[in-house]
Design a protein around this ligand. Structure first.
Ligand code: UTP
Length: 289
């Protein structure tokens, strides 16, 4: 069985839910404490043993490429002022040469279309997909947990998280095949935003996937679906008729940073985990509440 060596990270969307912040900067560069969202997501993949990230970019997203490159004047300035700790932080953002590829989605025709744009770089091998506005927080990275399971099961794996039963109408929800036992189980389908009471489970799709390359042919044939966009979910539905799909309840929590409230909460949650900020941030939150 081929291992998972590449992750596709689509970054070509307009980020309308967080406007006007995203009017002139990419959503993926919004900061979470002191690093942009994309930094967390790329490093989660590298920590899972994945050695190549394919970023599907679009117009006005060039600053993302700059973030992962040297900033010579800045570095020289920090070096001259002997600000070694900051200089190291800045240099640590740069991945190994060749570890990132960029391809461009000329128009945001949907998540499915963005993934399809990466087909030539991924080739005929299994790959991961990470949505960059979903930042995972846990002891072990979500993708690392998924890759470990993939080594035993192969197939396709979708990360899921339990949500309140009355909130199923906000998420894509998976339908288990038979009884859902343990953290990893086979699934029979998924349904977009089912009404509470009509949902096949309360397990929501949360932005991490391991997929087989046959998804690319299916994406090519997938017509525009919900919102006039080419949906990854529609192609996964078609692939599920031919291959096994597993839902995986990972350990940890997700933060939806593509949403204003989610981004605010993520900053507080991650800030409270940082030893240098934790107690002062907590005091501040106690004072204002
Ligand atoms: P979202 O729907 O969350 O992102 O897609 P968006 O379109 O930027 O945000 P809103 O809904 O307008 O606020 C999930 C991920 O897929 C990418 C987005 O950049 C985001 O990271 N995406 C989405 C693309 O790369 N291309 C698309 O056509 C659509």
């Amino acid at each position: 069985m081929k291992s998972v060596r590449k992750v596709v990270i689509p970054v070509a969307g307009h980020g309308t839910r967080v406007l006007p912040a995203t009017k002139s900067i990419p959503k993926e560069l919004l900061p979470l404490v002191d690093r942009p969202l994309i930094d967390y997501v790329v490093n989660e993949a590298f920590d899972a043993g994945i050695d190549h990230a394919v970023l599907v970019t679009g117009r006005n997203k060039g600053a993302i490429e700059d973030y992962f490159d040297h900033a010579f004047e800045l570095e020289a300035g920090l070096e001259g002022k002997k600000k070694t700790d900051i200089l190291n932080d800045v240099r640590n953002t740069i991945p190994k040469a060749g570890a990132l590829s960029y391809t461009r989605q000329q128009a945001p025709l949907g998540l499915g279309h963005a993934i399809w744009c990466a087909r030539q770089i991924v080739g005929a091998e299994p790959f991961a997909v990470s949505l960059p506005d979903v930042v995972m927080d846990g002891n072990t990275g979500c993708l690392a947990q998924m890759v470990e399971h993939y080594k035993k099961t192969g197939g396709n794996i979708i990360a899921v998280e339990r949500v309140a039963p009355e909130e199923t109408n906000k998420y894509g929800i998976v339908a288990p095949k038979g009884e859902a036992v343990g953290a990893l189980f086979e699934m029979s389908g998924m349904i977009e935003k089912p009404a509470p009471g009509q949902a096949p489970s309360n397990l929501a799709i949360t932005g991490r996937y391991i997929l087989q390359p046959e998804i690319f042919d299916l994406l090519e044939k997938t017509p525009r679906g919900a919102g006039g966009e080419i949906q990854l979910t529609d192609a996964m539905d078609a692939l599920m008729k031919e291959q096994s799909f597993y839902a995986f309840i990972y350990e940890g929590v997700s933060h939806d940073c593509g949403d204003k409230l989610g981004w605010l909460k993520a900053n507080i949650a991650l800030g409270l985990k940082r030893p240098e900020f934790a107690s002062k941030l907590k005091d501040f939150l106690d004072d204002i509440s």
